[in-house]
Design a protein around this ligand. Structure first.
Ligand SMILES: *[C@@H]1O[C@H](CO)[C@@H](O)[C@H](O)[C@H]1NC(C)=O
Ligand SMILES: *[C@@H]1O[C@H](CO)[C@@H](O)[C@H](O)[C@H]1NC(C)=O
Length: 393
């Protein structure tokens, strides 16, 4: 049961084969290389942009076109799995045109239509997620559990260098204060694109995947390497938990989840705190030694974030999660508390694509995971950028 749920959760697949990936699993790289051999995809176009930092380079890379299955379509499209019964998954490795041996400062991804403009719910397209993975870098082991349990991060196959979901999310690796930080992309590291998009239009459509990235060559002297860690509220909970996925307490529309026993495992600078939830969530708060580091509120609606259900009712999705860029110096052993609050009456859960019953993960599983009938599941994850102060070589 657990294995099948995890493989559904993490649809990083090639050629339709489901695999379960553990970040530190040995041989994972070999397996991925085997799976993705010959799959490297060159960008459709690369455009220079004006960098914000004059010492940096900034480009926009665009891949595609990628086909998305229409709501009434039965064609088999995509190269990966979708977490939504009506969605389409695409996975591909980028080719050598993607810059490596660089330090990334900023980046943002978006799904675009044939006119190279972002597609949103205004076009009846819902981006479940668009993640850019660095497969060579596991998530940093900067958190641990005080209760003896080994910590469960969201089980993803590497570091999410750039990423977005329905909500707008930009990556900013350079902290304006405290320390010089950036994200070092190792030379020739394998970068995997993982898109899961729901097309609520009746017919199949084509889209492009784009990434706007700003970077400096190499790795500057004295720069601390920072990267996001996906810490679920349940990271140190005992018993059977699926990291990040929330079981809605039976019969409750308003509820709170508290983390237990999460502590820092090393001295680090933590910054860019942001919650990740699905529709139904109100906020995710992170406290470090009882002091609020970030109260990441979910902001609903706004341009591109209002859709219609299959019976014509308007629904507002999470358009943004408040992000806290400010850095906090954290010492080994510092206590980290995460609290997630939900109000499903104020913010009804999203309806799955195709007007399907049974939640995004399908049938029984969707219900079990708190999806309810035809509704998407809930999530409770805090994304925290961590730059260890004394990195191991
Ligand atoms: C598309 O599917 C919906 C139900 O999901 C149905 O009501 C509609 O008639 C279908 N349209 C076409 C053109 O098949
Ligand atoms: C969560 O923690 C807060 C204190 O931080 C406490 O007031 C609240 O009762 C806790 N709720 C649950 C459901 O554990």
């Amino acid at each position: 049961m657990k294995t099948s749920i995890l493989s559904l959760l993490l649809p990083v697949l090639a050629n339709g084969a489901a695999v379960q990936l553990e970040p530190r699993q040995s041989g994972m790289m070999d397996m991925l290389k085997g799976m993705t051999k010959g799959m490297a995809t060159k960008a459709y176009k690369i455009e220079p942009l004006t960098p914000r930092n004059p010492a940096a380079k900034r480009i926009r890379m665009t891949w595609g076109p990628l086909k998305l299955r229409g709501a009434n379509s039965t064609t088999k499209v995509g190269s990966g799995m979708s977490m939504d019964p009506g969605g389409t998954g695409h996975n591909f490795l980028v080719d050598t045109d993607f810059p490596t041996d660089v330090t990334l400062l900023d980046g943002v991804v978006e799904v675009q239509g044939m006119d190279f403009k972002r597609v949103t719910l205004d076009q009846n397209v819902y981006t479940h997620h668009y993640l850019v993975y660095d497969l060579m870098k596991p998530q940093k082991p900067s958190f641990t559990c005080a209760n003896g349990k080994s910590i469960s991060y969201v089980p993803i196959p590497g570091t999410v260098v750039l990423g977005g979901a329905a909500e707008d999310a930009e990556a900013h690796y350079a902290t304006p204060t405290m320390k010089k930080t950036g994200y070092y992309v190792k030379k020739d590291t394998p970068i995997l694109m993982n898109l899961d998009v729901v097309n609520y239009n009746p017919a199949d459509i084509d889209v492009y995947a784009s990434a706007d990235i700003e970077y400096i060559p190499g790795k500057p002297e004295g720069m601390l390497d920072a990267s996001p860690v996906f810490v679920p509220v349940s990271a140190c909970d005992k018993g059977m938990v699926i990291p990040g996925i929330v079981m809605t307490p039976k019969g409750q529309n308003k509820f709170t989840l508290n983390s237990t026993s999460i502590i820092a495992s090393e001295d680090s600078l933590m910054f860019m705190f942001r919650g990740h939830m699905h529709d139904g969530g109100s906020n995710i708060e992170v406290k470090i030694n009882d002091k609020v580091a970030c109260n990441s509120k979910a902001i609903y609606g706004g341009p591109g974030h209002v859709g219609k259900t299959h019976d014509g009712k308007s629904w507002e999705t999470i358009g943004a999660m408040v992000t806290c860029p400010e850095g906090v110096m954290v010492k080994k052993g510092d206590k980290i508390d995460i609290q997630a609050n939900y109000d499903l009456l104020a913010h009804p859960a999203r309806e799955a694509g195709h007007g399907h019953g049974g939640g995004m993960l399908g049938g029984m599983l969707g219900g079990l995971l708190g999806g309810g009938d035809g509704m998407a599941e809930q999530m409770a994850v805090s994304i925290i950028y961590v730059a260890p102060l004394n990195p191991k070589a």
